[in-house]
Design a protein around this ligand. Structure first.
Ligand code: GLN
Length: 307
């Protein structure tokens, strides 16, 4: 259903646009879900039925469970138009998380905008690995998240470690605003600060835990990314220079200084990068104490300590 056709149908039924007259061809929630799903199929979206429900729910400000439960509910013209606009954005390749303004990470609703990388499920491995190191302790670990983006890693850790405090650093002020907003929404703001700085360069003091998911995609990898990622997600959050390792070199310059006695760092790496990153960090005075694999079996995360 095109936006124009929907508008005509509903506007004719009710010029005020508040609701649809009973004898008109009523547009219902179920109609909208079917139409949006069909448009997403045509655009080659992988999970059209699921995404259609989420888009309709978002556009109508309805919980997706209610979208599913009340397909016969009539919809007025204006919200139909809003849903059509959202569906068109998705059809043009914009990631669903930016359209919904949110992505779940570690079971937390994380607000996202095009200023931040969309949190990835594999990055939860950093949280899991860090919690295995610190979860059983009674202390109050100080955590540093380098390249914090949406703040997802630091906020997930603070949500699990009630006595922990943390600092997130990012070079993007726009990203920091998103992270601070997430901290407020999750009621974690009293235990964290988000500061603008280039990697760890301007950070003082030492930390019990340093986490980082740096940009690590090399030039060839970037060229082969799907347009959905390449055209919409922030390039600085993705690209790690020609060989993908520039950010690890930059983090390596400060990491040794930032780790307190007994402190550890947990760092995500790209596919096939673990050995090279290990060597690079060894040259910066850090030894790898664990290499963790993601659900696909790829080496994804290094745990490091001072040599
Ligand atoms: N730490 C954020 C995340 O993991 C941002 C990472 C980045 O921008 N490279 O989503």
């Amino acid at each position: 259903m095109t936006k124009a056709a929907v508008a005509q149908e509903t506007a004719e039924a009710d010029p005020a646009g508040r609701s649809v007259a009973p004898n008109a061809s009523v547009v219902t929630v179920g109609d909208l879900v079917r139409e949006v799903a069909a448009s997403l199929v045509a655009a080659g979206v992988a999970l059209p039925a699921l995404e259609a429900r989420l888009i309709v729910g978002h556009g109508l400000r309805l919980d997706p469970a209610r979208v599913f439960a009340y397909p016969e509910r009539p919809v007025a013209a204006a919200p139909v138009g809003a849903v059509c606009d959202l569906a068109a954005r998705r059809g043009h390749g914009e990631p669903l998380a930016y359209i919904l303004g949110e992505r779940e990470f570690w079971s937390l609703p994380i607000r996202v905008t095009p200023d931040v990388l969309i949190p990835r499920p594999e990055t939860e491995l950093i949280v899991e690995t860090a919690l295995a190191l610190h979860g059983a302790e009674d202390g109050s670990p100080r955590i540093l998240d380098i390249g914090s983006g949406s703040g997802c890693i630091l906020l997930a850790l603070l949500s699990e470690l009630p006595a922990a405090r943390g600092v997130g650093v990012d070079v993007s002020e726009a990203a920091l605003r998103v992270a601070r907003d997430n901290a407020h929404r999750l009621a974690l703001a009293p235990r964290c600060d988000f500061v603008c700085c280039d990697w760890g360069s301007a950070v003082a003091g030492t930390f019990d835990l340093v986490v980082a998911n740096p940009p690590y995609i090399d030039d060839a990898g970037f060229a082969s990314l799907t347009p959905e990622i390449r055209a919409f997600e922030p390039t600085t959050a993705l690209r790690g220079g020609p060989d993908g390792l520039d950010a690890f070199r930059a983090v390596g310059r400060d990491l040794r200084r930032l780790l307190g006695t007994g402190g550890c760092a947990v760092v995500e790496v790209g596919f096939g990068q673990a050995r090279r990153v290990e060597i690079l960090f060894a040259e910066a005075g850090l030894r790898t104490i664990r290499v963790s694999r993601d659900l696909a079996g790829h080496e994804r995360c290094l745990t490091l300590a001072a040599i």
